[in-house]
Structure formats: structure tokens, C-alpha cells
Design a protein around this ligand. Sequence first.
Ligand code: SAH
Ligand code: SF4
Ligand code: F3S
Length: 479
Amino acid sequence: MTEQKTITQITEKIDGARETERQIAFMEKAAGYVQELSEKLGRKPTCCVVTFGCQMNARDSEKLSGILEKVGYELVEREEADFVIYNTCTVRDNANQRVYGRLGYLNGLKKKNPHMKIALCGCMMQEPAVIEKIRKSYRFVDLIFGTHNIYKFAELLTAMFESDGMIVDIWKDTDQIVEDLPVERKYPFKSGINIMFGCNNFCSYCIVPYVRGRERSRNPKDIIREIEKLSGDGVKEIMLLGQNVNSYGKNLDMPITFAQLLREVEKIDGIERIRFMTSHPKDLSDELIQVMKESKKICRHLHLPLQSGSTEILTKMNRRYTKEQYLALVEKIRREIPDMAITTDIIVGFPGETRADVDETIDVINKVQYDNAFTFIYSKRSGTPAAAMEQVPEEEVKENFARVLETVQQTAKKRAALLQGQTHSALVEDVNDQDPELLTGRLSNNMIVHFKGEKDLIGQIVPVCLKECHGFYYLGERV
Ligand code: SAH
Ligand code: SF4
Ligand code: F3S
């Protein structure tokens, strides 16, 4: 039987700068253990980080990878590895189910490889019920940690090498941010940057504030320094990340607005494109619209989650805007910046939602003419206020979901077709998966274009003429 050890279960007070030093010392120690393992194996041990969920998690995975690389692992994309980490998401129940399903498969791999270690981290691990379940039914897991203590991954890694049992380290919350740890970026030419962590909005359906903790903004100096360094490394496009970037800076000792931060980021040489995610409609200021309008670098794409077009449902969701306020905001943005692509998130099946409420959502979709929309079926998250409300029957939800999806697809197609024949700059991201003669690029408005070209264009921004619209992407020609 394996021993189960819990290191800490509380919020810890930490000193950011000293903590960075401590973690670097743990990286050296962990590197020693990885070296021992590699002598045993006669090769470099391999490691695979699997990311579920949003950009925030993707960025966290880059931080984990940075440390793993530093301590001597070879990063691979396959799960037949000596160390596998699942960075989990819990925003909807199907994300959780996918993790449980794949854990069974990992157990099979572990039986074949006696050196294999398995770690779980991310949002799902912040739920006590999940930890209970894993302790009981998935005892082969070696290490579990949460979202608040990810910075001490090197320390946990060392503890994992020194223990035979399952190590569990979950904190309820934190008020700290630890800077300057290594990061291994997935793309050399673009990068996400956290500008804030957590969320204070408590939309009634959403689990994120419970698993990511209270809102904390990073110091603007730290953000600028990180972007300058990225620019020096050849990064051209950055995405500023936060659950609600429009409330950035409010709680800093010297408060600054998100719009002011953008003005500073704009000045950084070498950065050609700036994106950000996500904007809460209730906090989108006129100052921000002005900054976007005047900017040469901020991309022509705004993700503006609607969630519902019914004011009554929006109130129950605790979104703090009405249908009319949302539409007025979109109108203002379109008036000031006509070429701005607008995308959104929509939830269908929130408790109490009627067919008439869904008609309101469809009305907003038709009025706004979204360039794209992610449509989700409401998922009950225990502990959130909406979980205690009366749920909508599944059949009704399915029918409404189909209606919303169809409307979204229509408007997206119409919007895409408007670009036909135009020339736009595209950041070349990859060789096309299906056709190696084609490259895949992304326009400022987030539209994808495939066109003929040589691999050495990857990472460059080139003009492409949009020849043939295929709904969600274009076939184009380099100009
Ligand atoms: N902070 C972002 C959203 C983060 S979660 C914002 O406020 O816009 C991403 C999306 O997941 C949300 O926009 C919402 O549409 C969806 N979502 C969140 N909780 C959900 C739930 N319980 N069921 C279904 N979809 C949900
Ligand atoms: Fe969730 Fe709302 Fe916060 Fe977005 S703003 S993360 S939907 S609580
Ligand atoms: Fe999922 Fe956590 Fe992001 S719950 S959506 S990975 S913040």
C-alpha cells in the first residue's frame, strides 16, 4: 500500500524574490535526481505535459515545461514517457470526465514502465471532491498540486523523487505572484503573458473564481520586462492573459488601467501584434476603445463573451449587464473600429432558461453578426450558486443548442465572406497538417488562411491575398 502524504493545505505567506531563489536551488537538486535516473535508463528521461482547458492553463504548462527542461528531461508529445503531467480544467464536467478516462490509460502505461511517474495539476485539483476520488481510486498517481502553488513545481518534483507515496499539495488561495522562473515556449514567435490571475466576478454558473482564487494583477514593470525579453528572443505576437483583463490594475498599490498598460506595451520595439483575452463587457471602457482605435499593433479581434441575450438570464448569471447595454457597447466599438472582428462565448441551458430567452440570444447573434462564437451547453458545477437552481430538461437544451449553433454558423460564414479578394498580413504559424505544400497563417482578426509557401516563412508576417472562402478559413496567395 502506498503512503499518502499531504505537505500543506493552507495559504502560505511567501516572499516573491526569495522564493525564486529557493526554487532555483530545488531545480539543481531535482536535476541531480534526473541525472541519476538517466544513468539508470542509459538515456535522457522523457516527459510529456498534457494541457486541458484555456490559454491560462496553456501558459502554466509552458512554465512547467521550462522547469522540466531545465532539470534535464527531454520534452515529448507522446504519453509513453517517463513522466506524464496532466494540467487539468474543470470549467465543464466533460473536461473532468476526459481526465478520469485517460488516467486509466496512463495506469496501463505505468504498469509497463516501472520508472514512470504521473502528476496531476491545474484547476480540477482545486476541488476537494476530486482529490478524494483520486486518493481512493487512482492510487498510482505520484504527485498532485493545484493552481496556487505551481511556482514551487521544482520543490514538489524533488519531493516526488524522495518519496514512494502519493504527494498532495493543494492551497486554498494565495495573494502572491512569483516572478522569473524558467519558461519553455511552444512557439518561438508568439507567446502568452499573464497580466493577472484569478477572478472576482463570481458569475453564478462558473467555477473559475473557486479554483483560481481572488483577482491579482501583476506589477506593470514585471509585465513590460517580460515582454521586452520575449521581443529580444524574437517574439512578434503576444497575448495578454487574464480572466477579465478589463479590470487589470485596480488592486495594485499604484493602480493603472488596462488601457494604460496597453499604451506601454505598444511602445516595445519588435512586438508587432498585441492580443488579449478575455474582456468582460461590464468593464470595457471608452479609454480602451480609444487605445485600440489608435493602436498600430492591437489586433482587430475582440473576444466579448455574451453568455446570454436575455436580460433576465444575465441577471441570474450575475453578469452585471443587460441585453441593451451589451448591444450598445458593440455598436460603439463597431462605430469607432469598423474592421474589428468580434467573437463570443454563449451558454445554452442555464437554469430557468426558456425558449423565449434563447430567442433573445439568437436576436443578439443576428444583430451583432459575430465572426465566431463558442457555444457551450450549461454544465452544473457543484458549489456554484446556479447548481442549486432548477435545471432545464436535457431535450429542451439540445433543441435550443442546435438553434443557437445554426445562427452562429450563419453569421460567421457571412462575416468571413466579406474578406474575399482582400489582402491582409498573416503571421505564418505552421506547415498545414493535411497538405505539406501549404502554410497556415493567422490574420489580425484571427481568421486562418492557408497558402503555398516555404517553411522558412514560419514566424514571419507576410501579405496574403484571400482568394477562396471556406467558411471558417481562406485559401490564399502570397502577394
Ligand atoms: N473569464 C472568461 C471566461 C472563462 S471560462 C469570461 O468571463 O469571459 C470560458 C467560457 O466557458 C465562459 O465564457 C463560458 O461561456 C463557459 N463556461 C463557464 N462556466 C460554464 C458552465 N458551468 N457551463 C458551461 N459553460 C461554461
Ligand atoms: Fe467565470 Fe465570470 Fe470570472 Fe469569467 S468573469 S472566469 S465567466 S466568473
Ligand atoms: Fe479551465 Fe481553469 Fe481555464 S477551469 S477554462 S483551465 S481557468
